[in-house]
Every structure is written in structure tokens, then in C-alpha cells.
Design a protein around this ligand. Structure first.
Ligand code: PEP
Ligand code: MN
Length: 348
């Protein structure tokens, strides 16, 4: 930790900070410049709140050298985390990127869901997504079929062998969702719902954690840290777009650079969601490709049997024929990616 003193800081103020650091077991190195003094503090900053030093008189700023997330960080673990599923599919590291596809939410029409699931399976994908509990901006919008949707997803798994990804919104539903889901999704709006993070931290299902719409990468990794700290290290991060300046052209701004940045700072798998990232069907394919090229471990996209009449997110959902075309091209791209390059993929 580095503490930068104000140019006007007195000798007494500098000494007070140094003494406080020594009392907390830190060693200090003073760098007295012409204009200001910088104090380098060496020690275990987990035992203090580093920002408490901000409140000392004469302190201009406090900077951390180590990242505050430990378990999610590459500093703590060099090798990539690879998550293995019951059917042998693996996500992370140099494994072949996966495709997760399905409707935004599961609707009354079971047959429609099964048609999507069959297409997902036919295209060689391994995961079916579908919301049972929906985080909707408006209370007047469709809120999800809850357990009935989970039952439909279980039927789809039974028929296709696909693994089920579904969102958990409330700790009260954890046991029920765990009964049906192979992967629990924590949605963007709940990225910092710490009780929810703690609850999924205590269960043994892999978790897809979506980036909050206004979250920094540090906040995102600290949210993952909460899950890991509570005992679950099977965390898959998902970049799904952040609030941008132009929500006429796109729903969110898909932060493609977050993918290699996260791969630099964390060993956790990171996937990309171009459906929520853009809100536009025609942008799913180009942005999925962009995500894969910069090293995403997978793509999550929305597919609906009748997008024009979908209960949610129809505009960012592919129809079944479109999905087949897009998946064919993504599979081709995945087949050409050079897996030797860790942080960003190159073509062979
Ligand atoms: C979803 O995946 O359907 C969803 C609601 O996503 P997000 O939390 O990223 O908005
Ligand atoms: Mn959606």
C-alpha cells in the first residue's frame, strides 16, 4: 500500500501516519520528494481497512498495490480454473469454448422450449439456458413460471441430455433451483446481492456470475470472491454489457476488452453474452465472434421458437433457423482458434 501525503502535510502528520502503520504491524519506507512525501507500507493489509488512512490529516490518497480479491486472482493461482461437468464437458483454460443457448425465459409452451432444446443439441452445444425467475425492470412484465419452468427445463434435459442453466434470484429458492439446475446463474442485477452470493458460495453447483450493468472489473471480481470465500470455487464470469452512452443503437455496451483484462487478472473462466450485451439480434453473431477471438471460454445467447411473440427479450433472441446458422459459423470459428495462446486467441 502506498500513502501519498499532501504537499502541505506537516512532519507531525507524517509521523502520525507512520506510527499508526507501525502499530498495525506494517514496515514503512519513506520517500521524501521535493514536493510531497510518499509512504510505502509493507505488510498484510487484510488486517486493516486501507482506506481508513484516507481520514488522517495530511493524507492525499491511498493506493493498493495488490488486488483486493485473493481467491479469484491470478496472483493467488497461476493456472486457469477449468470446471468439469457431469457429462465430461469442461469450461475454462484452453478447453474448447462452449455455447449456452436457449430462451430468455421459459414460457407456457413446452413444445416451443423442446424445439429450441433440440436445435441446441443438434448444433453440438451442451447447455440449455432458460429463466424460471425473471428479474424484470417493470412489475407489469412477465415474471417467470418459477417451479413449472424448472420442471419444463428438467423435461428438456431428460429428452436431450443438455445441461441446464437457470437464474436464482432469491436465497429462499436456492434448494428448489439446485434440484433442477446444473449451473446456477446470478443475474447482472444481483451481482452485488451479497446474501445471494454467500448462499451460492455454500452450494456445490457451478455458478455463472453476470457482470453488473455498472460494475467495474474490480467489483465484478470481488463479487466472485464472495462466492469463492464462502466455499464454491466453480465460478464462471459472464460479460453481458454495461451501461453505455447510447442506448438507442444498443441496449448495453458489450465490454469486449473486459475479457482479456479479466483473463489477465483472474484464473476464472469468462464467457460472453452478446444478447444482453447488445439487445439486438443482428449483433449476436458479430459480438459472439469478437468475444471468442479475444479469448472468451464460451458464448451465451438467447434463442426463441417465436421471437416476435416472446414474453421477454424477443428483440435479442435468434429464431431457431437463425440460431442454427449462427451456431454453425461459431462452431467453425471455434474449430479455427489457436488454443495455445492464453490471453487472447489467434486464428490458425
Ligand atoms: C438473462 O440472462 O436472462 C438475464 C436477465 O441477464 P442479465 O442478468 O445479464 O440481464
Ligand atoms: Mn434475457
Amino acid at each position: 500500500m502506498i500513502i501519498i501525503m499532501e504537499p502541505s502535510a506537516t512532519q507531525g502528520q507524517i509521523q502520525t501516519v507512520v506510527n499508526a502503520l507501525h502499530n498495525k504491524g506494517f514496515k514503512t519506507v519513506l520517500n521524501k520528494g521535493d514536493v510531497m512525501t510518499v509512504i510505502a507500507a509493507i505488510g498484510d493489509k487484510r488486517i486493516i481497512d486501507p482506506h481508513s488512512f484516507q481520514s488522517y490529516d495530511g493524507v492525499r490518497s491511498v493506493k493498493l498495490i495488490q488486488e483486493p480479491y485473493k481467491l479469484a486472482s491470478r496472483e493467488g493461482r497461476q493456472e486457469d480454473t477449468v470446471i468439469e461437468f457431469s457429462n465430461g464437458v469442461r469450461i475454462g483454460g484452453l478447453e474448447k469454448p462452449v455455447i449456452i443457448a436457449g430462451p430468455c425465459c421459459v414460457e407456457q409452451d413446452l413444445d416451443g422450449l423442446l424445439r429450441v432444446a433440440e436445435a441446441v443439441k443438434e448444433m453440438g452445444c451442451n447447455f440449455l439456458r432458460g429463466g424460471a425467475f425473471k428479474p424484470r425492470t417493470s412489475p407489469y412484465d412477465f415474471q417467470g413460471l418459477e417451479e413449472k419452468a424448472l420442471e419444463y427445463l428438467a423435461i428438456a434435459r431428460e429428452k436431450t441430455g443438455l445441461l441446464i442453466v437457470t437464474e436464482l434470484m432469491d436465497t429462499l429458492d436456492l434448494d428448489m433451483v439446485c434440484q433442477y439446475a446444473d449451473v446456477i446463474q446470478i443475474g447482472a442485477r444481483n451481482m452485488q446481492n451479497f446474501k445471494l452470493l454467500k448462499a451460492v458460495g455454500k452450494c456445490d453447483k457451478p455458478v455463472i456470475l453476470k457482470r453488473g450493468p455498472a460494475a467495474t472489473i474490480r467489483e465484478f471480481l470481488l463479487a466472485a470472491e464472495h462466492i469463492m470465500y464462502n466455499g464454491n470455487d466453480k465460478v464462471i464470469l459472464c460479460e453481458r454489457g454495461i451501461k453505455g452512452v447510447d442506448n438507442n443503437s444498443t441496449r448495453n455496451t458489450l465490454d469486449i476488452s473486459a475479457i482479456p483484462v479479466i483473463k489477465k487478472y483472474s484464473h476464472l473462466p469468462i464467457i460472453v453474452d452478446p444478447s444482453h450485451g447488445t439487445g439486438r439480434r443482428y449483433l449476436i453473431e458479430p459480438m459472439a465472434k469478437a468475444g471468442l477471438i479475444v479469448g472468451a471460454h464460451g458464448v451465451m445467447m438467447e434463442v426463441h421458437h417465436d421471437p416476435e411473440n416472446a414474453s421477454s427479450d424477443g428483440a435479442q433472441s435468434l429464431s431457431i433457423p437463425m440460431f442454427k446458422d449462427v451456431a454453425k459459423r461459431l462452431n467453425k470459428l471455434i474449430g479455427r482458434i489457436d488454443y495455445d495462446n492464453k490471453h487472447s486467441m489467434s486464428m490458425v
